[in-house]
Design a protein around this ligand. Structure first.
Ligand SMILES: Nc1nc2c(ncn2[C@@H]2O[C@H](COP(=O)(O)OP(=O)(O)OP(=O)(O)O)[C@@H](O)[C@H]2O)c(=O)[nH]1
Ligand SMILES: C[S@@+](CC[C@H](N)C(=O)[O-])C[C@H]1O[C@@H](n2cnc3c(N)ncnc32)[C@H](O)[C@@H]1O
Ligand code: SF4
Ligand code: SF4
Length: 349
């Protein structure tokens, strides 16, 4: 089925049958490309960045729209990537987003295209993005209380997120998934209320364990609300059962059937229930660096190679080499663990 009937026709794929894809030494293949379109954001979620913001990347360092599309095209056409997620920072702040999505939808083979966003601006953009070929959207929402939202995100934008969520559903960007990070003493009492809110509206909720990826390096294991705690809080009000019908594959979220189903709730236990063994991800930062893991300490600079005139095959080989070097897992529990120097907002969450 052509998922973008209004878009331009897809170009034929140039990928040779059997051409080398993105495989690491543990036999994992990266087919899910997450592209950060900007490191900027209009919120300041405390688990992500400080209230005063960060030193944003200078514009000349960012990939242009054409460069993004060239690299995504290479990943899809030559390297076996089948899913593309645009993220950030806040991807809705990227002016060329709709055009980038439209051009991604014209690639062959046509990848699945999704977006992870804080939802601010989605009320206006959901329709145009769906028309451009966006398939679905994940929206971050940690609280149902406007005052807690302001405390947590340092901006008074709760109503904008709700409007964005509704617009996403109305535009058919489904399933609309909601990501929630619980913080001890701030919003950790809201787990059941968030689930009720999502069940009533048909949104798929997932709770995320907080990871040591904040710019302030303020993460502590004791403050993190664990997957076990999340499930305990939900179980006080809901009947939860493991989702036996659903093959998790490489998905970060472990899903649970709520009240006999069919609705589910997800828990992304990156720290206490890591899923690195099945990882199929690779990342491209807004300044054109390939990262083989969220927690990678090394990057491969495709932007400079591209700007230096490298041919597609040379860039593709650099990309394969970067993925080959991927470590077995994030190593958060290793005594030698070092938080990456770039925060989540710059890596592309
Ligand atoms: N450890 C780890 N966590 C990840 C990774 N990708 C996403 N996450 C976590 O999962 C959360 C949700 O990610 P999303 O951007 O919504 O994507 P997703 O859950 O992979 O997407 P779906 O395909 O919709 O299930 C992020 O905020 C991260 O906390 C990853 O590669 N490693
Ligand atoms: C970095 S944000 C980028 C996209 C968009 N701004 C948003 O918030 O959805 C992507 C996801 O990362 C999550 N995130 C940010 N910092 C995190 C952390 N320290 N641990 C776990 N998840 C985090 C957010 O909750 C969000 O769901
Ligand atoms: S989690 Fe997303 S919305 Fe919140 S500060 Fe980070 S990039 Fe912005
Ligand atoms: S932490 Fe790294 S290896 Fe583990 S799932 Fe995330 S990106 Fe993959």
């Amino acid at each position: 089925m052509d998922r973008n009937p209004d878009g331009p026709p897809s170009a034929p794929s140039t990928r040779q049958e059997g051409a080398p894809v993105l495989v690491d030494t543990f036999g994992r293949t990266a087919t899910d490309l997450r592209v950060s379109l900007t490191d900027r954001c209009n919120l300041r979620c405390s688990y992500c960045m400080p209230p005063e913001g960060l030193d944003w990347l200078p514009k000349p360092e960012l990939l242009t729209d054409d460069e993004v599309v060239r690299l995504v095209g290479l990943a899809v056409g030559e390297l076996g990537v089948t899913e593309v997620r645009y993220t950030g920072g806040e991807p809705l702040l990227r002016r060329g987003l709709t055009g980038i999505v439209r051009r991604t939808a014209a690639l062959a083979p046509r990848p699945e295209i999704s977006l992870t966003t804080n939802g601010i601006g989605l009320a206006r953009l959901a329709g145009p993005l769906a028309d451009a070929g966006l398939d679905r959207v994940n929206v971050s929402l940690d609280t149902l209380d406007p005052a807690t939202f302001k405390r947590l995100a340092h901006r008074d934008r709760f109503a904008d997120v709700l409007a964005g969520l509704e617009a996403a559903r109305a535009a058919g960007l489904e399933p609309v998934k909601i990501n929630a990070v619980l913080m001890r003493g701030i919003n950790d009492h809201e787990a059941p209320a968030l689930l009720r809110f999502c069940l009533e509206r048909g949104y798929r909720l997932r709770f995320i364990e907080q990871m040591p990826l904040d710019a302030q390096h303020g993460w502590t294991r004791d403050d993190m609300i664990t997957a076990d705690e999340i499930l305990e809080r939900l179980s006080a009000e809901f009947d939860l059962a493991p989702d036996a019908a659903h093959d998790r594959g490489s998905a970060p979220a472990e899903t649970f059937v709520v009240g006999g189903g069919p609705e589910t709730v997800g828990v992304i236990g990156s720290v206490t229930r890591p899923f690195c063994g099945a990882c199929d991800r690779v990342r491209l930062t807004a300044d054109g660096q390939v990262r083989n893991c969220l927690f990678a300490t090394e990057e491969s600079n495709l932007r400079d190679a591209m700007r230096g005139g490298a041919a597609d095959e040379e860039i593709a080989e650099r990309w394969r080499k970067a993925v080959r070097a991927k470590r077995a897992g994030h190593g958060i529990d290793d005594p030698s663990f070092l938080q990456p120097s770039r925060p989540m907002s710059a890596i592309g969450g």
